[in-house]
Design a protein around this ligand. Structure first.
Ligand code: ADP
Length: 402
């Protein structure tokens, strides 16, 4: 029986999990799996020790309306029966919002659980699903140590000016500030940067996390100085379905002159905009790249233009640029997007080695480029596993979640 850490990333339509050994500092999990299509047609995929295995047996048993709680319960039962060799000793969760207070991984006790509930209005689409996973585990395995790792924590090192909106003071005092997201991904990149850049890792680096959700983070000494996301993860870059930064006047217009309700506006901005909205075809970059439709090309053009503009703004926050790091689905795999963004940054001394870029190599900048350009795969699960491992090693006095 191997003691393992269960890492859970519970999203709105997917539930990802991984088992990491407790004893070694491995960044690759022993078992990795996900249920996608929650609420529509759930599909479970599990890979064990890098061997891709599509587990068909549980598929038949997943009802179309399976909730996150049902799925977590099933998962824990399977860990105890099907995967008998694994014994979870703690669960580490990706939690999207930690507000101002949670600046690092935290053991979930009753008080913490209640405080995280109070943050739901700040991330209504994600936080409830994250917390559902904590509750499900507390029900099925009440003695299991649970650790919350926050997407916002990494950005709490930012100077006050980078976190403020130009709104009346009382709003920022109430917590209407730029929190920033994707912090676990940025933390992973910050940790491995010296392996790629040596001493330059502590310079002025902009990391571009380009997945379905997308953001950028400007770092100095591998700490967050500014980021493109704001009060919510709607802000900043154009994304798969989200609009990114928008003139607030557009929201007023939609409600005042088109009579749209809050729910309709929310749906439009979160689900019907971005690559999907502009192309009218898909939110998936790969699909758009393969399309000859001019609307697909315009959506990609806008995506890259907006990304380059945001990067320019972040360069100002760190007063220069030593390196750019591309990561996540699009950042790691789309040579075309990287090329189009970097072409707009030639004025900053960014020059790509096109052959290296086409081959998705680790270093894709030309030898003479003033700025290093890297492709580094992210690994949020490894960050959660390491944080959980560290807290297991220092058991708390506090009561665990119940
Ligand atoms: P999530 O934010 O859901 O974790 P990912 O990081 O997996 O998302 O990124 C998903 C995006 O990556 C999709 O738009 C997908 O089309 C894009 N992507 C993945 N592989 C490629 C590829 N080879 N070329 C272009 N885009 C790709």
């Amino acid at each position: 029986m191997t003691d393992v850490i269960l890492v859970v990333n519970s999203g709105s339509s997917s539930l990802k999990f991984a088992l990491f050994p407790v004893e070694t500092e491995a960044s690759d999990p022993l078992v990795k799996g996900k249920v996608t299509g929650i609420g529509r047609q759930p599909v479970l995929t599990v890979s064990i020790n890098d061997e891709a295995i599509s587990v068909t047996e549980p598929l038949n048993n997943i009802p179309a309306d399976a909730t996150h709680e049902w799925l977590i319960t099933q998962l824990l039962e399977r860990l105890a029966s099907r995967y008998v060799t694994y014994n979870p000793v703690a669960a580490g969760h990706r939690i999207v919002h930690g507000g101002r207070e949670y600046t690092g991984p935290t053991i979930v006790n009753e008080a913490v659980r209640q405080e995280l509930e109070r943050l739901v209005p700040l991330a209504p689409l994600h936080q409830p699903h994250n917390l559902a996973a904590i509750d499900a585990i507390a029900k099925v395995a009440p003695d299991l140590l649970q650790i919350a790792c926050f997407d916002t924590s990494f950005h709490r090192t930012q100077p006050r000016l980078a976190q403020l909106f130009a709104l009346p003071r009382e709003l920022s005092e109430e917590g209407v500030i730029r929190y920033g997201f994707h912090g676990l991904s940025y933390e992973y990149i910050a940790n491995v940067l010296p392996d790629h850049l040596g001493k330059r890792a502590d310079g002025r680096v902009v990391v571009a996390h380009l997945g379905n959700g997308a953001s950028m983070c400007a770092m100095k000494e591998r700490r967050s100085i500014a980021t493109s996301t704001g009060f919510t993860a709607l802000h900043g870059l154009m994304m798969g379905r989200r609009c990114g930064s928008l003139d607030a006047g557009v929201v007023l217009h939609l409600m005042e002159n088109r009579g749209m309700s809050i729910t309709q506006v929310k749906n439009m901005l979160y689900r019907e905009s971005g690559l999907l909205g502009v192309s009218g075809i898909s939110n998936n970059m790969q699909v758009l790249q393969e399309s000859a439709d001019p609307r697909a090309q315009e959506a990609i053009n806008l995506y890259c233009y907006r990304a380059a503009c945001e990067l320019g703004s972040l360069v100002t926050s760190v007063e220069g640029l030593d390196a750019i790091v591309f990561t996540a689905g699009i950042g790691e795999n789309s040579a075309e997007v990287r090329r189009r963004i970097c072409e707009r940054l030639a004025w900053l001394g960014v020059e790509l080695d096109q052959t290296a870029n086409d081959a998705d190599e680790k270093v894709i900048s030309a030898v003479n480029s003033k700025v290093d350009v890297l492709v580094v795969p992210t690994n949020e699960e490894a960050v959660i596993a390491a944080a959980t491992r560290a807290l297991i090693a220092r058991p708390p006095v506090e009561k665990r979640a119940s």
